[in-house]
Design a protein around this ligand. Structure first.
Ligand code: PAF
Length: 291
């Protein structure tokens, strides 16, 4: 059976209140749609944790810059509803932009410092848009637990901080990145890749693995690790490296030596498609999560 689609805040509140009256716990997976197996794994994790699972499908305009892909971002609500239902969701929330941002909405949420590197400077205003919509969605759905993907490591770290700093009563779980068989991290943007670009894209994850291997072989100099990683990514035909960084995994600040857990994060344009990926290198070796 297909999980019903709610389009208004009132409908979601009503459905969640009914689930609560029935004694159910509530899990939540925020998405922008164009769902793939990575999202399915988040919904399955939510269904394994909570008794009533809500998935939002909303291409959030406030997190896109003026020259980004908001207009062409894939919108596939029918297949999204099917994937959500098959993965264990009970309700899909697919609001309009007017429902989420009524006229004269002038309040935004900003998490400082954690946006100083990576996608912060690369996408000005992005995390302000993400935090604002995620807090709004939390306030609409009122979940016990919300699930995010480790591929968006900086986003997950920032959401955790927002929840902590603003005393939001939601447990944030970060689930491992789901990869294609050849290592490419699943992303809604992978569908923009031409067949030739798709064949090149797994080199991004291979470069991350090679950085990990260098660290495992004893390299502790972060500048050398970063430049080897950037050079390897730049050698992918048609690629343009946006960033290739090794940062303190907790503060997301630069560091000189590998003396603590680090986030190795990259953003690379393959043709016109911007892909991000990351790994975490800790004392116990590689881990694909930021939690
Ligand atoms: O990760 C995403 O898909 C989006 O940034 C999110 C969390 C759904 C907010 O729009």
């Amino acid at each position: 059976m297909l999980a019903p689609i709610a389009t208004t805040v009132a409908e979601v509140r009503e459905a969640v209140a009914a689930a609560r009256r029935a004694g159910k716990s509530v899990g939540f997976v925020p998405t922008m749609g164009a769902l793939h197996e990575g999202h399915a794994s988040l919904v399955r994790a939510a269904a394994a944790t909570s008794q009533f699972v809500v998935v939002s499908v909303f291409v959030n305009p406030t997190q896109f810059g003026p020259n980004e892909d908001f207009a062409k971002y894939p919108r596939t609500l029918e297949s999204d509803q099917k994937l959500c239902s098959e993965s264990g969701a009970h309700l899909v929330f697919a609001p309009t932009a007017a429902e989420m941002y009524p006229e004269r909405s002038v309040t935004f949420v900003e998490v400082k410092e954690l946006d100083a590197e990576l996608d912060g400077p690369a996408r000005p205003g992005h995390f302000r848009g993400v935090c604002t919509v995620v807090l709004k969605l939390f306030n609409i759905v009122l979940p016990d637990v919300s699930h995010f993907g480790a591929k968006d490591a900086q986003q997950a770290r920032i959401i955790r901080q927002m929840v902590r700093d603003l005393n939001v009563p939601v447990v944030v779980r970060v689930e491992p990145t789901v990869r294609e068989a050849d290592g490419l991290a699943m992303s809604s943007r992978n569908r923009y890749l031409s067949p030739a670009e798709r064949a090149l894209a797994p080199a991004i994850y291979r470069a991350l693995q090679n950085a990990q291997a260098r660290a495992a072989a004893g390299e502790v100099d972060v500048a050398r690790l970063e430049s080897a990683l950037a050079a390897e990514l730049a050698a992918i035909p048609g690629a343009r490296v946006d960033y290739a960084r090794v940062l303190d995994a907790s503060t997301l600040q630069p560091l000189a030596r590998l003396d603590r857990e680090v986030l190795v994060a990259v953003a690379v344009f393959i043709g016109t498609t911007r892909l991000i990926d990351n790994i975490v290198i800790g004392e116990r070796g590689i881990r694909n999560a930021v939690s």
